[in-house]
Design a protein around this ligand. Structure first.
Ligand code: NAP
Ligand code: HSE
Length: 427
């Protein structure tokens, strides 16, 4: 006998889990139209069974997986804080052939391959639109409406918390600590916010994105991601005065049958697609072989944007209309100017006055200088290998900021040509 409802279990009832629960209640009629059946939530599984929850009488709050399973869910949303917590639940569910929709990027980055295999063996699905770029319909768009394209490059602001912090520091003069506290209050940050501001969250998302698009994990340009702790208010202001911005960017490159990745603060000019992606928003700049430059932008974190992505996955999977990896999309194209870690690229260095002189003395070729009378800091764009800049930083007696420039040679030279007319840049 076919049931008149689909049953959804939810594991984790924090920002995301609660957002999913209330979205399902608020959009009940629309969901019934889309699914042809009612979508109910008979049980939510949490850690602390004593906390008061905003659930209705039809929903049990349980603390054991067996009690959630007793409700015979058709699919389960997993929204626990980290890989360690989510793994045993998701593994168990997939082994039982139960489809899981997860928002847990750390889990997917660390255990995604294994979990996908288990899902495949047990005719279950594992979906994760919410895990990368929050409310932006990114993953499904990449597989559904960009599937004919080779994806050559992705540069994305993938961590809403870091973008929020940098925006508040620049626009309001808020301190790093206060801005991070605000992001936590708004439900944007991870339970351990170091994962946001030290770049780990963006690196988990890059791993997922690489596997989602290319079917393989990337080779990392450095052993660890770079976060935003080293970005100073002075550098944010210098970049702004120079007509650009410092943004925390995750990059994936697809060239010569290799996928490479980096996560770090970068400098973008005012005409770069990521320049105007502000606040908690994420922006994902995709270079497709047919579509050209595409920017997807929207809220990268928060209760309802994330719930939106989760609920859309739930509808798609229950209707059997979810996207699958068709084939790897590697390309054998020539490398761009300013490619990997072992090649020369344009890099903005910031430091106290005299930095450009020290760079020149040390044999670096200075492309342009950002300085004006009254600025206590100077910015210098050089074309150099990242390893050589790291060497320079080690022996230089003062702190410097290092920001790869997200632009090709022509754009950098054009910028300095234009700036030559003004007092803000000189050679
Ligand atoms: P959160 O507010 O900290 O909520 C975490 C939930 O997990 C809580 O309800 C907690 O239960 C529950 N939990 C913890 N340990 C558990 C255990 N052993 N068994 C069962 N439940 C357990 O976290 P969140 O912000 O909702 O994030 C959830 C996941 O979504 C994370 O993986 C995060 O990276 C991801 N995500 C978050 C956002 C966002 O904007 N916040 C966006 C996209 C993805 P108690 O309530 O009993 O403590
Ligand atoms: N902490 C994450 C962020 C949540 O700030 O982007 C969304 O993945």
């Amino acid at each position: 006998m076919s049931r008149t409802e689909y049953k959804l279990g939810i594991i984790g009832f924090g920002t995301v889990g609660e957002g999913v629960y209330h979205s399902v209640q608020e959009r009940a009629e629309r969901l019934e139209e889309l699914l042809g059946k009612r979508l109910t939530v008979p049980a939510v599984l949490v850690k602390d069974g004593e906390k008061s929850r905003s659930t209705g009488p039809e929903t049990k709050v349980v603390t054991l997986l067996k009690d959630l399973l007793a409700e015979k869910p058709d699919a389960v949303v997993e929204a626990t804080p980290d890989a360690e917590t989510g793994y045993p639940y998701v593994r168990e569910l997939l082994k039982m052939g139960i489809t899981v929709v997860t928002a847990n990027k750390e889990l997917l980055a660390k255990k995604g391959e294994e979990l996908e295999e288990i899902a495949g063996e047990h005719q279950a699905e594992l979906l994760c639109e919410a895990a990368v770029a929050g409310g932006i319909p990114l993953l499904n768009t990449l597989r559904h409406t960009l599937k004919t394209n080779e994806i050559l490059q992705v540069n994305g602001i993938l961590n809403g918390t870091s973008n929020y912090v940098l925006t508040r520091m620049r626009t309001e003069g808020t301190t790093f600590g206060k801005a991070l506290e605000e992001a936590q209050e708004k439900g944007y940050a991870e339970a351990v916010p170091d994962k946001d501001v030290d770049g780990w969250d963006a690196s988990y998302k890059s791993t997922i994105l690489s596997r989602w698009i290319f079917g393989q994990e990337p080779e990392w340009e450095s052993a660890e991601p770079e976060g935003i702790r080293t970005v100073t208010a002075e550098d944010l202001s210098l970049a702004e005065h120079a007509g650009g911005r410092v943004k925390h960017v995750a990059s994936l490159k697809n060239e010569q049958n290799r996928i490479t990745a980096a996560v770090r603060p970068c400098f973008v000019f005012g005409d770069h697609p990521l320049y105007a992606v502000e606040d908690v928003n994420n922006g994902v700049h995709i270079e497709g072989s047919l579509a050209g430059d595409v920017l997807l932008q929207g809220p990268g974190a928060g209760k309802y944007p994330t719930a939106s992505a989760v609920v859309e996955d739930v509808v798609n999977v229950l209707n059997g209309r979810h996207e699958k990896l068709v084939q790897n999309r590697l390309v054998n194209r020539e490398k761009d100017e300013g490619g990997g870690a072992d090649e020369e690229q344009f890099i903005l260095l910031t430091g106290s006055e005299g930095l450009s002189r020290h760079l020149s003395v040390n044999g670096f070729s200075v492309t342009g200088k950002l300085h004006e009378p009254g600025w206590n800091r100077e910015g210098v764009v050089v074309k150099a290998k990242p390893a050589d800049i790291t060497g320079f930083k080690k022996q230089y007696r003062e702190a410097i900021g290092i920001y790869p420039v997200l632009a090709d040679g022509k754009q950098v030279l054009h910028y300095f040509e234009q700036r030559k007319q003004t007092r803000a840049a000189s050679f």
